[in-house]
Design a binder for this molecule. Structure first.
Ligand code: ADP
Ligand code: NA
Length: 329
């Protein structure tokens, strides 16, 4: 039985991934390599739908790839590449744009959220059609499954609709991919505003970046907003801050939250933070070191990514040739 093929992408926008990205998504990428044929992609083309700086984008793309390798994406087992190195994504995307309806693209809630700042009229057309490029990212590999968070469900529905529409009009071509909400994904909250999810878009004090200086990481954890009371117990409603710290500890140490509650019985929030800072340091220190080693040899890193792109293009090229033939090019 061949392994199911999965495709997943992540934007390179922040320079460093954070604990939320790791515990909510990237940890599953690493685990999935055991049971799937994985295509993992740094989606730099999605990163220019909003304003960007070319040099920063180039640097962030390499840093993102280095972090993925440092976290355990294995280029011998998985195909790791940069989206812009595989022009077939955009080649397929144009056909998909011509099959997608303006009305269905207009219903995408992420565009509505993201275009709020500049207003719809000032947003780029790329931001509007982003979910169609995302569909092409997936369909060009004929992926069986797409591991994504709940927030991407609507885009996945569009992908499935476009695949079905193409197949209906031009004959069986695409696998209609299924959504795979990954198991064991943790939702990590912001350390300063634990009613929101940890995000690079919030002030950095609440966000633990994997590439932060260790002293900065420890300070962020020490300064995390906790709750009234003294007991270290999980209570998402009453104690979101403390619960979040326990969630992170549990996810990184592998100990259950119940176990940790016992471990911290009779001790205060200060002890929890001190120990969590150590647990986080033990996790991020080798990741940070490995990322730096990889970035210190950019030629080798580029070679790894070029090999990934070549492998991706073998698959993607066959799909585009088939599609272009069927649509009359
Ligand atoms: P950000 O919110 O920092 O902009 P992205 O939207 O780029 O992060 O998310 C990249 C991936 O990381 C997505 O799969 C998303 O679901 C996951 N992710 C982001 N933040 C968190 C979080 N706080 N907890 C769990 N998963 C998260
Ligand atoms: Na986001």
């Amino acid at each position: 039985v061949p392994l199911p093929r999965v495709l997943s992408g992540i934007q390179p926008t922040a320079g460093s991934f954070h604990l939320g990205n790791y515990l909510g998504a990237l940890r599953q990428w690493v685990a999935l390599q055991e049971t799937a044929e994985a295509f993992y992609c740094v989606v730099d083309q999605h990163a220019i739908t909003m304003d960007w700086d070319p040099e920063e984008l180039r640097r962030n793309t390499l840093t993102a790839a280095a972090q993925l390798l440092a976290l355990g994406v294995d280029p011998a087992r998985s195909t790791l590449f940069v989206q812009s190195h595989v022009p077939e994504h955009v080649q397929l995307s144009w056909v998909m744009e011509c099959l997608a309806r303006f009305g269905e693209a207009s219903r995408m809630t992420q565009f509505k959220d993201k275009s709020q700042r500049e207003g719809t009229a000032g947003a780029s057309v790329g931001l509007f059609t982003y979910p169609v490029l995302q569909a092409a990212d997936i369909l060009v590999y004929r992926a069986d499954e797409v591991p994504v968070g709940e927030d991407q469900r609507q885009h996945l529905e569009l992908t499935r609709d476009l695949a079905t529409r193409f197949n209906g009009r031009f004959g069986e071509t695409f696998t209609v991919p299924s959504v795979r909400i990954p198991e064991g994904g943790a939702k990590v909250l912001d350390l300063q505003s634990p009613e929101k999810k940890m995000s690079k878009s919030l002030p950095p004090a609440g966000c633990v970046f994997l590439l932060d200086d260790p002293k900065v990481t420890a300070k962020k954890i020490r300064s995390a907003v906790t709750d009234t009371g003294r007991e270290v117990v999980a209570d998402p409603e009453g104690k979101p801050g403390v619960t979040n710290l326990l969630t992170i500890h549990s996810a990184l140490s592998g100990r259950s939250v119940g176990d940790l509650e016992e471990h911290f019985a009779g001790r205060g929030y200060g002890d929890l933070k001190k120990e969590l800072a150590e647990v986080v340091a033990d996790f991020v220190t080798p990741v940070r070191q490995r990322t730096q080693e990889l970035l210190d040899d950019p030629a080798e890193l580029q070679r790894t990514l070029a090999q990934g792109a070549a492998r991706a293009r073998e698959v993607a090229g066959r799909t585009v040739a088939d599609v272009y033939d069927k649509v009359g090019f």
